[in-house]
Write a protein that binds this ligand. Structure first.
Ligand code: GRG
Length: 304
């Protein structure tokens, strides 16, 4: 798949995000429709969750990681689509009755409410496999980071030390009183890891030097923590209708969140603190850090 990703900077961050969303949307469509459409019901389910109004944050960050290194870079597109497939799979499995038991996602019935639990598990499994199939199509611009290294990093991030590990720790903490350190441990794995890897993979595909990659990594960790805290704040401040969250949440074991442990005001300060940290790393990138600073500021003030 080849799309023109040439970005003319400076550009308003909202325009950048909108433009990259379109790029990701068409690339994902292409990757998915290239697949055999049988079994029909499984592919219908894949379409349902992959094209249901996600913000495409992780793929945009992946592309932004590449654009930070080289504005004319379109090499990260398969990786961008791969991280979105992993993110989507994690949401589908997270919504299952045995996990977070959510009936709604993005204002629409969760996948298992429409297709049943068994098919939702299989859809998640298929998306996880699809992520690696798509990622393997990446052709990095240089020789510093072979595709095998990027696939290794993606696998580590999806696995027991990060995404799945964070989810397991989250489930274990359910109904218990946990402290800020444990909450941070969960957030680092459940949220910040995939966000950081998205940025890193984009930068690696564009052949970032070691110093740039290091700063982008630190930026990603802080941005990821800020993103999760903002998500928890929005959960409290936005109406359930706007967020499309399950109205039955109260009947379930409450998950630990920043606002629940520290209160809303402290949580807002924490989100600002981690965003400032991200901004600091972006500024250390000099002129080329502008895109990442704009993205961090945008995410801090997001409303959904
Ligand atoms: C089941 C392996 C497995 C992992 C689940 C992703 C996850 C871990 C749980 C979902 C619940 C949650 C609060 C996750 C933290 C990450 C997060 C804030 C996800 C929502 O991301 P957005 O806002 O989603 O980017 P959209 O809908 O825009 O794609």
């Amino acid at each position: 798949v080849s799309f023109s990703l040439i970005v003319n900077m400076p550009m308003e961050i909202e325009n950048y995000i909108f433009q990259q969303q379109q790029v990701v949307e068409s690339a994902l469509r292409k990757f998915v429709t290239e697949k055999s459409k049988k079994p029909r019901i499984l592919h219908e389910a894949i379409d349902y969750c992959l094209f249901s109004g996600g913000k495409r944050l992780r793929p945009i960050l992946c592309l932004a990681g590449a654009h930070t290194v080289c504005l004319k870079s379109d090499c990260a597109l398969p990786l961008a689509c791969a991280v979105e497939c992993i993110h989507t799979y994690s949401l589908v499995h997270d919504d299952l009755p045995s996990m977070d038991n959510d009936d709604f996602r993005r204002g629409k019935p969760s996948l298992h409410k429409i297709y049943g639990e068994a098919l939702a598990i299989l859809t998640g499994d298929a998306l996880l496999a699809l992520a690696f199939e798509i990622a393997s199509l990446c052709s990095p611009v240089g020789k510093n980071y072979p595709v095998s290294q990027m696939i290794w990093e993606l696998a580590r991030t999806a696995g027991s030390r990060a995404l799945v590990g964070g989810q397991a720790a989250d489930l274990e903490a359910e109904g218990k009183e946990i402290g800020l350190n444990q909450l941070r441990y969960i957030h680092c794995r459940k949220t910040a890891a995939l966000i950081t890897t998205s940025l890193r993979l984009g930068a690696m595909a564009a052949d970032a030097d070691k110093k740039t990659l290091n700063l982008i990594t630190r930026y990603g960790r802080s941005l990821g923590l800020a993103f999760q805290i903002i998500d928890d704040i929005l959960d409290v401040t936005q109406t359930t209708e706007v967020l499309g969250k399950s109205a039955g949440k109260d009947q379930k074991a409450q998950k630990a969140t920043y606002p629940r442990i520290m209160g809303l005001e402290y949580s807002k300060k924490a989100a600002e603190f981690y965003t400032q940290k991200a901004l600091c790393y972006a500024s250390m990138l000099g002129e080329k850090g502008k895109l990442l600073s704009d993205l961090a500021n945008f995410l801090l003030t997001r409303k959904k």
